[in-house]
Design a protein around this ligand. Structure first.
Ligand code: FAD
Length: 413
């Protein structure tokens, strides 16, 4: 279904389309061999796609969450694994940009400037064995050291570890005064104490190469603490950034898989002259409803985030549920689309030489990415029954954040 778009949106989507069509030529090979698509990153760097969410002041395109979703959906139509991988760079940069627009924080400004100069690729490592990835706790430990922290632990699902120059890791620090706290630390990839474990051998999203990372005696200076909160609490900053942007933009990648698969199925059906069969037409109509419903939920979320109403009118737990919904509906609808394509197309959908079987496997990584369907159901049910699943930390004081940044700018002069 074609949607109205202004010139700027058309330009962004056309850029993504050019990349997607090129990446699609190599996607099967990277998927088969489980190789990271380094050359795709070179191309994305050269054409400015890596700067999609960097503010225009720093040489980027300043994309909003909605524009990011449009672009990422189109990119995923050609190569979902590259789209998912680059999402781990584009969304944090977009999140940093949002915080920077409020606070003008100089440390964030440095990140955005480097991203604008193409010298920074970001990643975020919060997943750990046996820890639900909802940014409320970590097994990786930080202990106090002169001028900062020493970190030891083990992260899993480290997308972009092959290309990232910098990343965040979540850690627990047992503060003697404030008690156990969750810290997000900014780490440079070339820091001593990091050992990537190249063990990513999974059914789908294979070329993301999201292997493990062993962290031993890593020193992180105090000024690289980018977030701090008590363990086990919901937090407004996390909701505004990682959840509202990161989680919902995963949905766009999975919508892209659905849209790409429908386009492939349309060609297959046309080749077999099946498009006049009423049963096949019914299936395509149902797929269209699923795809558009997923998009509608995601786009509503993007609009609400931009207009800030959800932060003013909903609880943080409700905001989290909105982010979960914006990811869950596109993901689950894409999986439903896949079954309909098998019905409509027949055995071609089962052939390894066809791109559909890769799309089918890639799509099935969606339901357990955060918020997993299970985690989302827990949130929705708790909101229905008016229950708090966890305490929520104090609301973000935007005026104080601005004042703190102004003080930091003053003291750095
Ligand atoms: C393609 C892809 C890319 C991803 N990229 C990132 C990323 O860049 N950064 C990031 O932080 N996360 C990333 N994730 C992870 C994601 O955020 C979720 O954490 C993950 O999908 C949750 O998987 P799960 O349902 O197995 O969770 P869980 O059940 O919470 O398990 C998480 C991990 O711990 C293991 N595990 C579970 N219980 C135990 C136990 N008792 N003892 C030992 N091991 C245990 C599981 O096998 C799994 O590897 C990615 C996921 C996918 C599919």
């Amino acid at each position: 279904m074609r949607r109205p778009a202004n010139q700027r949106e058309r330009t962004i989507v056309e850029l993504a389309a050019r990349l997607a069509d090129d990446f699609a030529l190599r996607a099967a090979e990277h998927d088969r061999d489980g190789t990271f698509p380094f050359e795709n990153y070179d191309l994305m760097r050269d054409c400015g796609y890596l700067r999609l969410t960097v503010p225009e002041e720093f040489g980027g395109m300043g994309a909003s969450l909605y524009e990011l979703m449009l672009a990422q959906e189109r990119l995923a139509m050609g190569d979902a694994a590259t789209a998912l991988a680059v999402n781990m760079h584009l969304t944090p940069i977009g999140q940093w940009a949002g915080i920077w627009r409020i606070t003008r924080n100089p440390a964030i400004e440095d990140v955005l400037r480097r991203a604008g100069e193409n010298t920074l690729v970001w990643a975020g490592f919060t997943s750990e064995p046996g820890v639900e990835n909802v940014i409320m706790g970590a097994k990786t430990r930080a202990t106090r050291a002169p001028g900062g922290y020493i970190v030891d632990g083990y992260k899993v699902f480290c997308t972009n570890i092959e290309v990232a120059t910098d990343f965040t890791v979540s850690v627990q620090h047992d503060d003697p005064v404030h008690g156990p706290e969750l810290l997000l630390l900014k780490v440079s990839r070339d820091s001593p104490g990091l050992r990537p474990v190249r063990n990513w051998d999974v059914a789908g999203m294979r070329s993301t190469q999201s292997g493990d990372l062993e962290i031993k005696s890593l020193f992180v200076p105090e000024h690289n603490v980018v977030h701090r909160q008590p363990i086990g609490q919901y937090n407004e900053t996390i909701a505004r950034t990682i959840l509202c942007w990161g989680v919902s933009s995963f949905g766009a990648v999975y919508s892209g898989i659905g849209a790409g698969a429908i386009e492939w199925a349309r060609q297959q059906v046309a080749r077999r002259n099946r498009q006049t069969d009423p049963a096949v037409r019914q299936l395509f109509a149902e797929m269209e409803v699923l795809l558009e419903t997923g998009r509608a939920v995601a786009y509503r979320h993007a609009q609400e985030v931009r207009e800030e109403q959800i932060f003013e009118q909903l609880t943080i737990q409700e905001v989290m549920a909105r982010s979960a919904l914006a990811k869950m509906v596109p993901v689950n609808n894409t999986i439903a689309i896949m079954q309909k394509i098998i019905d409509a197309v027949g055995s071609a959908a089962f052939q390894r030489k066809q791109p559909f079987e890769r799309m089918l496997r890639d799509a099935h990584a969606g339901p357990f990415m955060p918020f997993s369907n299970l985690a989302a159901y827990r949130l929705f049910a708790a909101n229905v029954f008016g229950e708090e699943l966890a305490p929520t930390g104090p609301a973000l004081d935007l005026d104080e954040a601005r004042a703190a940044a102004a003080r930091a700018v003053g003291s750095s002069r």
